[in-house]
Design a protein around this ligand. Structure first.
Ligand SMILES: NC(=O)c1ccc[n+]([C@@H]2O[C@H](COP(=O)([O-])OP(=O)(O)OC[C@H]3O[C@@H](n4cnc5c(N)ncnc54)[C@H](O)[C@@H]3O)[C@@H](O)[C@H]2O)c1
Length: 269
């Protein structure tokens, strides 16, 4: 066991994308509480300011960089910032994931292009940049993709861009895990069910989701409720830490049993 405990992240530097809200923010603050220092990015600067405040309150060093991860030049600038501020990266969390909903027979192909550019393509590019630095440093590292249950089964209701992107993220996870195991770089994915982030709750409150759809989501979760952003933190800390030293290439559902449940099954008798 490590001197600071199984899940100690002190001395580690983590980069978390899309950390200005939701799951990314919760993970960034959670890593800081385990001793990590953080570079966080987002397109929302005020959200980043609050996340940096939470990192510092948890005892970490935190810097926020306004970055649109879909843009190659902004990704390069982000990695240059990382080199200048820390000269080190041990953990990367590719958390940004966008979606554009439409009926597939009508959807403009540009929708899929943007979702893939900000999702699987940005995740690959940042993973590549992180791995080059981890390989040069010779200490290995942990790359975590925030995927979705939608990456392994279809949601319907116009979610094609999301599902196709997360399916790609899942295969990216497995390919990179196999390729980079020789360098001690572990690559894993977290697959959440519906998570009650502020933006998701706001969408529910303005009636963006039909109550029958909400009920169908709940019926699909044996735990009988949606997750909270904080419930993604423990699994992310585990995957980032030496407690997961032999864990790589894993698609970890954090979904209250959603993927375990057959569509014809139910938790009620
Ligand atoms: N909330 C859920 O129900 C749920 C379920 C499964 C998977 N996920 C996944 O979790 C991840 C985080 O989602 P969330 O629910 O916390 O969302 P969120 O909307 O609460 O936060 C996402 C953050 O990403 C930022 N962002 C969006 N596009 C960006 C870009 N191009 N570059 C940089 N930052 C950008 C946003 O400004 C926002 O701050 C996503 O990959 C999402 O697909 C969410």
């Amino acid at each position: 066991m490590m001197s600071g405990g199984w899940f100690d992240l002190s001395g580690r530097v983590a980069l978390v994308t899309g950390a200005g809200a939701g799951i990314g923010r919760a993970i960034a603050a959670g890593f800081a509480a385990q001793g990590a220092d953080l570079l966080v990015c987002d397109i929302d600067e005020s959200g980043l300011t609050e996340t940096v405040r939470l990192i510092e309150a948890a005892g970490g060093r935190g810097y926020g960089v306004r970055t649109d991860v879909s843009r190659p030049e902004e990704r390069h600038a982000l990695l240059a910032d990382l080199d200048a501020r820390f000269g080190q990266i041990d953990i990367l969390v590719n958390n940004v994931g966008t979606l554009r909903r439409a009926r597939p027979e009508e959807q403009p192909i540009e929708d899929l292009e943007y979702v893939l550019a900000s999702g699987v393509l940005a995740s690959y590019a940042l993973a590549q940049g992180a791995a080059q630095r981890m390989i040069a440093a010779g200490r290995g590292g942990s790359i975590i993709q925030i995927s979705s249950i939608a990456g392994v089964s279809a949601l319907g209701r116009g979610n094609l861009t999301h599902s196709v992107n997360k399916g790609g993220v899942n295969q990216l996870t497995k390919e990179l895990a196999v390729e980079w195991a020789r360098y001690g770089i572990r690559v894993n994915a977290i697959l959440p069910c519906q998570v009650r982030t502020e933006s998701f709750v706001a969408a529910l409150e303005r009636g963006a989701l039909d109550p029958t759809v909400q009920q169908r989501m709940l019926d699909g979760i044996p735990m009988g409720r949606m997750a909270t952003p904080e419930e993604m933190v423990g699994p992310a800390i585990f995957l980032a830490s030496d407690a997961a030293a032999m864990v790589t290439g894993v698609l970890l559902p954090v979904d209250g049993g959603n993927l375990a449940l057959n569509a014809g099954g139910s938790r009620e008798w």
